[in-house]
Design a binder for this molecule. Structure first.
Ligand code: T4K
Length: 377
């Protein structure tokens, strides 16, 4: 059995480290939980967090959830989608699982080399009379080309559901990324640039869909004696909401710290042939710096991505292959024949390493990591 364990004495630099608020700030919220004895089921902190979150995301309806995955899965259920959904295989398991667990069929669209998001030019040829929606991913917090995607969706009468798990706090021009699509799902997992320990939320445009979603995350309960939908339990609890309330205050400060770390990587790795970092599709994107993906081209460097991964690990620097393999290459999907032709996504997934990256990562450590890379090439 594969069981992942975190030992207390693990040493090294890991791909990420959660941002925690000052303990005293969290304790103040804990005191309120103790006073009220409400631990979960949409308690006062949940409601306070929901309001502050809606304000931050600049939306009317936003529902917190126990994690990002359940928000995505239940949002698809709330939309009552049945048929084919055009999506990207260059993502975490969650995106494709949410589609398949709703009884829909994923149709894999290729991505753009420049930012790893769904390539709008390749969408229309995948549309059939069974297509009901497009589900792109703002991967690493890189916004998809929302204008083009939504133009196509409108032309063909399709829903757009964004997996915005990585994109909390991203803006396109003046507009919050949450304002695009019929639904956006954000993840607040410990490893994300904004965390509620575990958690997430769904931003939903249509009021009736939002009401159904709100019921689906609480077993489909409409009232004490009325259960109308086959729902699940995906509520955010008070401890998670408290963490969200604390971390929201520090989000911008952490974003700027992450920006500074990211820029050291950019500066140190600039000019090395065969190494590439991503750029958003528009200049006016305000990034959240949620990951630091670096692409290693073996043909130019003479060293494979997997060799870089191993060499780093020998120095206790633990990078990750987010996102390799493609979800379409997973054992659970290979045999179902969903595997479309996505050559760009395939190549990128064999070149990428997400580097150690978090708000408090020391400048010296980043320089050491980059020096190690330079020695290798
Ligand atoms: N859509 C997309 C595109 C996603 O990337 C994700 C999640 C989702 C949907 C679903 O959202 P959630 O349901 O998770 O809210 C991690 C995360 O569990 C997952 O949230 C994330 N994407 C995915 C990309 O990465 P693992 O299994 O690779 O994480 P893990 O446990 O190996 O942690 C990575 C490193 O972080 C560790 O080496 C050490 C550090 N770490 C981790 C945790 C949990 C800490 O220092 N402290 C911690 O508490 O999946």
């Amino acid at each position: 059995m594969y069981v992942k364990k975190y030992s207390d004495d693990r040493k090294g630099v890991f791909v990420t480290k959660p941002s925690l608020p000052p303990l005293e700030e969290y304790v103040e919220y804990l005191k309120r939980i103790w006073e009220k004895s409400t631990l979960t089921n949409m308690g006062p902190l949940h409601e306070e967090f929901r309001e502050k979150l809606s304000e931050f995301l600049d939306v009317d309806i936003c529902v917190p959830s126990c994690n990002g995955h359940m928000a995505l899965e239940l949002a698809l259920q709330a939309l009552n989608l049945k048929g084919e959904i055009i999506t990207t295989p260059y993502t975490f398991a969650s995106t494709t699982h949410a589609i398949v667990r709703n009884g829909c069929t994923p149709v894999f669209c290729d991505v753009r080399e420049s930012d790893c998001t769904m390539d709008p030019e390749k969408i229309e040829s995948l549309i059939t009379d069974k297509t009901v929606a497009i589900l792109p991913v703002h991967v690493y917090g890189m916004p998809c080309n929302v204008e083009e995607i939504e133009k196509i969706a409108k032309k063909h009468g399709l829903k757009v559901i964004y997996d915005a798990a990585h994109a909390f706090g991203v803006k396109i021009g003046e507009k919050n990324i949450s304002s695009y699509g019929d639904v956006s799902m954000f993840s607040f997992h410990a490893t994300k640039s904004f965390n509620t320990i575990e958690g997430g939320c769904a931003v939903i445009k249509d009021y009736n869909v939002a009401v159904r979603f709100y019921q689906l995350i609480n077993f489909g309960i409409m009232g004490e004696e009325n259960v109308a939908f086959v729902g699940a339990n995906a509520k955010m609890n008070e401890f998670e909401a408290a963490m969200g309330l604390c971390n929201l205050v520090h989000f911008e400060e952490n974003r700027l710290k992450r920006k500074a770390v990211y820029e050291i990587y950019e500066r140190e790795l600039a000019g090395i042939d065969g190494i590439r970092m991503l750029k958003p599709y528009r200049r006016d994107v305000e990034r959240n710096y949620s990951y630091c993906p670096v692409f290693y081209d073996e043909e130019v460097l003479g060293v494979s991505r997997d060799t870089v991964y191993k060499k780093m690990a020998e120095h206790n620097i633990f990078t990750r292959k987010y996102f390799y393999p493609l979800t379409s290459e997973f054992d659970c999907y290979k045999s179902l024949g969903y595997n479309g032709e996505t050559p760009v996504a395939r190549r990128l997934s064999r070149q990428v390493l997400t580097m150690p990256f978090y708000a408090d990562l020391e400048k010296e450590t980043v320089v050491e990591i980059c020096n190690l890379l330079k020695e290798m090439f």
